[in-house]
Ligand binder design. Structure first.
Ligand SMILES: Cc1ncc(COP(=O)(O)O)c(C=O)c1O
Length: 399
């Protein structure tokens, strides 16, 4: 591929987390920068080199790349035209299946990206309450409503958004109370490095009700991973709206905003619509994904194999104290925190040179395609990579 061609994409790639500086701390020709194909938990780069992968499309793939049942469903949908002039039969069918599996979702709308579905949830909360202020906790996508320091976002929009701290019940209560009757919604990610404290969840539910605001769970990366119904199923909270994406369609572009019928019926009082929200290739992918998720109890597999990975990472952190501060996250989404950015970049590069794509400072994800033997092999590669980086580090600490 010619250099001129490589420079046509502003900022190297359209997905921020796939930039070489994020992945490896910089670009260099020995590193995998662009990929050509993926299957199961394997990826092939532009030079044809094979990697064992834990990025799993940033958590969008929980069954493994090119899962045969999803691929077959997608090919069928493509052959059936994939899109057309009318609402597809599959739209209502997949919605019915989601509502059956997650009874706290009474009605829903499909969209394409997580950010879009989050923006729809916030719009619906503003419609339902007639208020504008929103408090958030976690990452909710790139759109204007939740940016506090991105360039190009109007100051008036930024002023409508604030943050509440994860797992801090007292401060969260205080912030919700001080937003008072201007508050439309609190939106939260259920897991930020660790599980939610039940006391924090209780404050979110009680205080939003008390304020007359809605509670919105951002389950974009937790749905079909912590449980089929995400954090709401695992931890038992009941938000007014939930937003889902990523693993729901095993990497095909589909997101959902759903929840209480009376809130969802607000769609008739505002404008939420997108031309390709009703293409049915992704809906076919979601139907097949949900079938495999339920039939093969995929979340239980992710918990077991991910638990094996996390305990291995904890052991590695003890062995390589000169490089690593500790293992972070939960079984299904975890990583090693290095002592500094430079070390973490060298670890990521040392992993890649051993055929392993392993995120630094951000979640790695297991899938149905990873098993205990894969994880054991991975832990061996990580051990080698950490030893190589530790041995060549100018400020070596003895373990
Ligand atoms: C919790 C959460 N919310 C929202 C988003 C944004 O989703 P998307 O990138 O599909 O717009 C992400 C993506 O990483 C996410 O993890």
């Amino acid at each position: 591929m010619g250099k001129a061609h490589m420079e046509r994409i502003a900022g190297f790639t359209s997905t921020g987390s796939k930039r070489p500086e994020v992945f490896f701390g910089g670009a260099d020709s020995s590193l995998p920068l662009r990929m050509a194909a993926s299957s199961g938990c394997r990826v092939w780069d532009a030079e044809g080199r094979e990697y064992l992968d834990y990025v799993m499309a940033l958590g969008a793939v929980a069954l493994g790349y090119a899962h045969p049942e999803v691929t077959a469903a997608v090919v069928r949908a493509v052959q059936q035209g994939g899109v057309g002039p009318l609402a597809p039969v599959l739209e209502e069918e997949v919605a019915g299946e989601i509502c059956r599996l997650m009874p706290w979702v009474e009605r829903l709308r499909f969209l394409k990206t997580g950010a879009e579905a989050m923006a729809a949830a916030v719009r619906l909360a503003r419609v339902a309450t007639g208020r504008e202020q929103v408090l958030g906790c976690g990452y909710h996508g790139w759109l204007d409503w939740c940016q506090s320091d991105s360039a190009g976002v109007p100051a008036g929009t930024k002023a409508l958004y604030g943050e509440v701290p994860f797992n801090d019940p007292d401060r969260t209560r205080e912030l919700i109370r001080s937003a008072g009757d201007g508050l439309a919604a609190v939106v939260f990610e259920p897991v930020i490095l660790c599980p939610p404290d039940p006391a924090w969840l209780a404050v979110l539910r009680e205080e939003t009700e008390r304020a007359g605001a809605l509670l919105v769970a951002d389950e974009i990366k937790t749905v079909c991973r912590l449980a089929i119904g995400g954090g709401a199923e695992r931890y038992g909270y009941r938000p007014d709206l939930v937003v889902m994406g990523k693993a729901l369609a095993n990497g095909f572009p589909l997101a959902v905003v759903g929840g209480r019928a009376e809130v969802m019926d607000g769609v008739t009082r505002t404008w939420i619509s997108s031309t390709l929200a009703t293409e049915f290739v992704s809906l076919a992918a979601a139907r097949a994904t949900l079938e495999v998720m339920v039939g093969q109890k995929v979340p239980a597999h992710l918990s077991s194999v991910g638990g094996h990975l996390l305990s291995g990472l904890e052991a590695l952190a003890q062995r390589h104290v000169g490089v690593v501060l500790g293992a972070r996250g939960i079984a299904e989404m975890c990583f090693l925190e290095s002592r500094d950015q430079a070390l973490s970049a060298r670890v990521a590069a040392a992993c890649a040179s051993r055929g392993l794509l392993f995120k630094r400072g951000a979640y790695n994800f297991v899938s149905l395609a990873h098993d205990r033997a894969t994880v054991d092999h991975t832990l061996g590669l990580l051990d080698e990579a950490l030893a190589a980086v530790g041995d060549s580090s100018p400020n070596r600490l003895s373990p």
